[in-house]
Design a protein around this ligand. Structure first.
Ligand code: ZZB
Length: 260
């Protein structure tokens, strides 16, 4: 899988995360949450960034000035892709639990929400995929839409401020079948009531990917009017050129062998 890794710079730490990294990251250095995405063209619509509350993350040193928050597994992969200064070597300076990061304010490149977006919990984040950090685009990802609705509904239970989950969702991509807010449309159409409706969410995701990629037209950003197919690599290159993203690939996951 060829992902785009995105650099979300920490503007303000949640208190427990701040305590965990205290004295371990030099003053003045930037720390980034680094989600891996297959949809760089949707980055305008980021409204938050998810971590698995029970997942343990490492804070890895890229240089004196830059540190990444990702899983150990992702750091190991990155170390063999020229992302760390020395091939195969990845230095971990601190560890932090996903739950302790909740509430941290980060700057999300290209997002319309220039004041920053919050780190929020998502139970279904897989520690074995990507970087274990997932940027949230509720306009175009059914999983993300179902999750932000649930987070806002049960803000107290999740120990978050309701407004952190309620940043405005704007149209980024238009398709003939689903209009300009694909994820909300599909969540409604498939009667998805919560993030626990995993089977319908899987189906919604497949539909959203297909329709978005082959029929989608950008309705926001520098490539407004272009087909998604055309805009995708251009947005990706912009992010890379701006130093706000980089290529990250992951060895194909093992596929369960088919019977017989
Ligand atoms: C932003 C985004 C916007 C994404 C969108 C999708 C969509 P896939 O689809 O299963 O091959 N992701 C990345 N890492 C993880 C993880 N560790 N656990 C759970 N989800 C993860 O996986 C790729 C997508 O799954 C990534 O692309 C990321 O969400 C999420 F509008 O990033 B995406 C229709 C999907 N739309």
């Amino acid at each position: 899988q060829e992902y785009t890794a995105l650099k979300l710079r920490v503007k303000e730490w949640a208190p427990d995360a701040e305590a965990a990294i205290k004295g371990k990251v030099p003053a003045g250095a930037d720390v980034f949450f680094v989600p891996a995405t297959l949809r760089p063209e949707t980055m305008y619509g980021q409204t938050c960034c998810f971590v698995g509350p029970k997942i343990k993350y490492g804070v890895f040193k890229i240089s004196e000035k830059e540190f990444y928050v990702i899983t150990d597994r992702a750091a190991r992969n990155m170390a063999f892709q020229g992302i760390f200064p020395k091939n195969g070597v990845y230095e971990k300076v601190a560890e932090v639990l996903g739950a302790d990061c909740v509430g941290t304010l980060v700057n999300a490149p290209l997002s319309i929400h220039k004041q920053g977006v919050r780190i929020l919990p998502m139970e279904s984040v897989l520690p074995t995929k990507g970087t274990g950090v997932v940027t949230s685009v509720p306009s175009d990802s059914p999983d993300d839409y179902a999750t932000v609705i649930d987070l806002a509904k049960k803000a107290d239970y999740y120990k978050i401020k309701k407004e952190w989950a309620e940043l405005e969702i704007v149209p980024i991509i238009k398709t003939p079948s689903y209009g300009d807010l694909t994820a909300p449309f599909l969540v409604k159409k498939l009667k998805i009531a919560s993030p626990k409706d995993t089977k319908q969410l899987e189906e919604a995701k497949e539909l959203a990917y297909k329709e978005g990629f082959y029929q989608g037209i950008m309705v926001f950003g520098d490539f407004k009017g272009d087909k998604v197919e055309i805009a995708k690599p251009k947005v990706r290159q912009q992010l890379i050129d701006a130093g706000e993203g980089f290529a990250y690939s992951e060895p194909e996951r093992k596929v369960v062998s088919r019977s017989g």
